[in-house]
Design a protein around this ligand. Structure first.
Ligand code: TYD
Length: 196
């Protein structure tokens, strides 16, 4: 059975590295795997990115509707077809990002409602890195920061992710402040358990 894995975390928590390593691990096991990401690189993803960088401003509700629209197309065109043909899928960010980031200033119920038709991953991993550490990594790595990349905002997003981990099934927290390899090993152990 193909697995649908979501890797979540604050900006700068290392999701893209861990997504890449997990895909390599699936391949080394002789399994097929698609590594993908939200926001996507499609047209709707482009509208989202323009808002994150400040190039274009709409409003917070419109941004959330775009995240959901991007997700609907992502599922329909990439994720579900892959899962249906026996390919494991790892997504770097998914609907929990919408809820955790969005509910800092929007209604939680509404955010859950506009995401309610989307498939829940078989396993979700939250890479737990302190908001202070994430913000430090972002400042070192980027000349300009995006919309949500503020320390006070990330603190609240972190609390929201912790709340979601208690609410949803198969939502695990992995210490993202360990070495890249240790984090990878911990993720593999969780995935292996689920595959057994
Ligand atoms: P990010 O993974 O940081 O993209 P990149 O590493 O390419 O810059 O995601 C962009 C931002 O969008 C990040 O701050 C999290 C936020 N986000 C949401 O608020 N809701 C969502 O549904 C998604 C997918 C991302």
């Amino acid at each position: 059975m193909s697995l649908f894995v979501a890797i979540e975390g604050l900006d700068g928590s290392g999701q893209s590295t861990q997504t890449r390593l997990l895909r390599k691990w699936f391949l080394s096991m002789g399994e097929k795997c698609l590594a993908t990401k939200e926001p996507t690189s499609g047209l709707i993803g482009g509208l989202i990115r323009a808002q994150l960088t400040g190039e274009w401003k709409s409003n917070p509700e419109a941004l959330q509707l775009l995240f959901a629209a991007d997700r609907a197309v992502h599922l329909d065109k990439d994720v579900l077809p892959a899962l249906d043909s026996g390919i494991h899928v790892i997504t770097d960010r998914y609907l929990f990002s919408s809820i955790a980031y969005g509910m800092v200033n929007l209604d939680e119920k509404w955010l859950k409602q506009i995401n309610s038709q989307f498939r829940i991953p078989d396993i979700t991993i939250y890479l737990k890195v302190s908001p202070e550490e994430c913000f430090g990594r972002l400042k070192r790595g980027r000349s300009r920061l995006e919309l949500f990349e503020r320390e006070d905002y990330l603190k609240r997003v972190h609390e929201n992710f912790m709340m979601l981990s208690r609410e949803y099934k198969n939502f695990f927290i992995v210490d993202g402040e360990k070495s890249i390899n240790e984090v990878h090993e911990n993720i593999i152990n969780l995935v292996k358990k689920l595959m057994e």
